[in-house]
Design a protein around this ligand. Sequence first.
Ligand code: FAD
Length: 283
Amino acid sequence: MNTRHLSFEFFPPKTPEGKEKLIHVHRKLSELQPEFFSVTYGAGGSTREFTRDFVLAIQAAGSSAVPHLSVCADEKSSLLTLLHEYKDAGIKKIVALRGDLPSGMGGPKQLIYANELVSFIREHFGDSFELLVAAYPEIHPEAESYEKDIYWLKKKFEAGASRGITQYFYNPDSYAYFIEQCQKVGIEAPIIPGIMPITNYHNLIRFSDSCGADIPRWIKKRLHQYGDDIDSIRDFGLDIVTSLCENLLSNGAPGLHFYTMNQADVSLSLCKRLGFLDADAKH
Ligand code: FAD
């Protein structure tokens, strides 16, 4: 039986049309029976209502919805209100993050590290939610050192998180080494690789620069060479990402979390290639 973890991430739609379209994407991906769909929380709480609205919509549609949450721009009281709403709606898991502050943002600002948010949720809600946290095989861009980043990751688990999801990467060795280093310091929680499908050269470069994800030179060169030929980029991306996922799964990764960019087709194709549609699959 296939028991590999599978989940999909969306960013929240901001218009009724966008919402309808994304519900359709969610329906298509539901065919793969993922464990959950997660919904991001815009930097500084900028999508608070949109995130909540879409989380509640997919939960109401019968899926397990997992909101991302950070504290940057929220008063603790409004955070508690939101968490109570999630609890009442039957939400069982949360991705707890420090998040980033958008530049030039006014209003109350506080950077609460993710381990503190995990403690805060545990303190107020006990075991009502499973808490997942972010992990960085290629190191968080602000980390003091590789060791320190793993030290703080361990603190998130000690505070009560039970699983990690990684920033995306294209070099499977970075994940293997990271897991080895985590195990050396006693981190035993499953750390699920985050997978970014490749569909657009310019967006990928821009996004990777800002989040500190490395795109190997040979992949960059190849993508650059394809220019605006989106079919070739898509085919190449499918091959590269399929082989990355195969490598990760065959080396013991607990499953995969897809950054869908709100598109169904590429994630569906990847999952089909990886055998996630087997008749007896259970995720
Ligand atoms: P933390 O774990 O708090 O770490 C932040 C930095 O501080 C690291 O360099 C760490 O080494 C250091 N550190 C950690 N704890 C301490 C401490 N107690 N004292 C001193 N230093 C410390 N961003 C969004 O805006 N919205 C989202 O929905 C979102 N979802 C994400 C989902 C995943 C799976 C991932 C991998 C990232 C996501 N991000 C999201 C990006 C994330 O918000 C940023 O990477 C952010 O800069 C760090 O958040 P964190 O929870 O990893 O922070």
